[in-house]
Ligand binder design. Sequence first.
Ligand SMILES: [Zn+2]
Length: 232
Amino acid sequence: MNTTVQSLQRRLIALGFPLPKHGADGDPGGETLIAMNSALNELEALRGEKPPTPKPEPSASIVPVDWMPAAKMERIICHWTAGAHKASEFDRSHYHILIEDDGKLVRGIPSIKLNEAPAKKGYAAHTLNCNTGSIGVSLCCMGGSTEAPFDPGKYPMTRKQWDALTDVIADLCRRSGIKITDKTVLSHAEVQNNLGIQQRGKWDFTRLAFDPSIVGAKACGDKLRAEASAKL
Ligand SMILES: [Zn+2]
């Protein structure tokens, strides 16, 4: 019997590191080593020499790395395509990132880099007089819809699209350093009020097909920012 090991084992047990199979048997076996290692890690963490078990990222990267060239962008403007539930070539020509009805991301044709100031030929034209510095994300939905009386048409916005949108916003903000405010993360329908740049009667988003209790650009935008912030 190894009394030094046995005494060490007893101390480990007393400290709350159980050695379930054998108890304090004097055998310097695997369980003792694992328990010692764990005790040492905790002690080191307590002394600040080693961080506790690293926390996993809140969520993995949502937007593929090659869709995100280094570019200094200031805001994210969220839209719907006023088209069908899948991204057409036409839809893809106007936005950087599109989100289909099942939450699948589709890359738009223009690179985000083209919308960096000064905007370059072929940039994504998604918001009148407000494309420079603006990432355009669009939900593929709402073709044939009307605002008043509200009729979401044949391609209503889905909850999955909305949830994917808040995932994308949180991811873009984390990676580009954009902070979430009502001037930096907003829907197209908020641009005129929040940024003072006149638009032509855009109502993406003043109604959410999956939640008719939310009405108006600010209410929809506040919900968007709150849910995206919660994912940061
Ligand atoms: Zn729009």
